[in-house]
Design a protein around this ligand. Sequence first.
Ligand SMILES: Cc1cc2nc3c(=O)[nH]c(=O)nc-3n(C[C@H](O)[C@H](O)[C@H](O)COP(=O)(O)OP(=O)(O)OC[C@H]3O[C@@H](n4cnc5c(N)ncnc54)[C@H](O)[C@@H]3O)c2cc1C
Length: 407
Amino acid sequence: MSPARTVTVAGGGLAGLTVARELRSRGFDGTVRIVDPEGLPYDRPPLSKAYLAGTTDRAALHLAPPDWFTDNDIRIVEDSVTKLDTGRGSVLLASGSELISDAVVLATGGQARRLPVPGSDHPGVLKLRTRADADQLRDKLFPGCRLVVVGAGLIAAEVASTATGLGAHVTLIDPMPVPLVPAVGEELARVLHEMHSAHGVEVLTGKPTRIAAEGKSLLVEVEHSHGADRLAADLVLVAIGIEPDTSLADAAGLRGDAGIEVTATGLTSNPGIWAAGDGIRIRTADGRLLPRSEHWEAAILSGTAVACGLLGEQAPQRPPAWFWSDRYGVHVEAVGSMTTPGSTVLRNAGTDRPIAFRVDTDGVLVGCAAIDGGKVLRAAKRLIMRRARVGLDDLVDPAVDLRKVDR
Ligand SMILES: Cc1cc2nc3c(=O)[nH]c(=O)nc-3n(C[C@H](O)[C@H](O)[C@H](O)COP(=O)(O)OP(=O)(O)OC[C@H]3O[C@@H](n4cnc5c(N)ncnc54)[C@H](O)[C@@H]3O)c2cc1C
């Protein structure tokens, strides 16, 4: 197969931008276009943090300055892809235009999952995925307002923290008594969840069953193990994860299962279509279909892998999955897996800055999660990549520098 000369990327988020950036930095001199109705690529993590708090502005969200696109001859097409015509090798746009391409990259990310209860379509019920969503939420937050956040995952917790900082009265509802256990392990999840109450957030374990308007307020009906509650709110944020945007892939008949299936270099089941970002699932060489990784670094890694694939290069070795999150002034990071069968040991146990290590049944370090423990986490990441066996005493002892441990 001859290498592509014209690449069209559907979706200009972090993954789509990375494809374009990596193509150019690896010497590709063909045509590169990014199609996105939102125009210039911007970064999403600040949307629940500094941008929502109002401490960073719109321009600071840009993933690359506007000149960069001109300098690198990357065309931004402000439009939506509505269909892939695999027969003609073209991409159809909402405006009616057609872009003929040798290769198409799907980097359309995902959409905030909707709450499947009556009343969730009320205009006071918001979501947070785009810059416009963040603007809308920010406009409605004021000191003393009553915000109900549905969900207590990473983004929900960040919004609870930011909104509390802006003076809102926040209630957080989640069916799990301790959310995020798969992401950071039981011990850290508990410490993190307790931070909400410590910062004045009301925490409810339960499920919303209905949202209704009552005058200028909203009433959120919640079912829990002791019965039911009705919470009055000025606004509700639903933050219960995303649904991958697989509509273009599905219509083109690409293989997938709750995510577009790709190889290590991002190739889908069609030899002219590649995919990267939050919406993909990688099929490993040994046949496993990995879960989606809906994190910032994963979008960069998969975008890089696609660029390599398009150029006939091998993708760099994929490091263990990593993400960060911020809440109430602390920085949370996790790397690798905290769910692999085995055991968890804690460093700084009983403090508000614990570090959890996951060790598999063979004694190999497979995961680490930390609160304000970036240095240890980075050392752990290197050990995880080397599949190192580390003594449990060394992991637990804060005096042991993991950068110097290698057994
Ligand atoms: C509020 C928030 C906070 C976050 N915080 C963190 C964090 O602290 N740490 C972390 O690791 N990760 C965080 N993330 C996750 C991280 O931002 C995502 O994993 C990353 O943005 C995924 O990039 P993507 O390019 O796959 O998707 P997206 O960023 O969603 O980009 C997809 C793009 O595709 C476009 N698109 C969709 N359909 C079409 C179409 N038909 N035609 C053309 N374009 C289309 C969309 O407009 C969008 O711009 C956060 C995400 C959010 C929303």
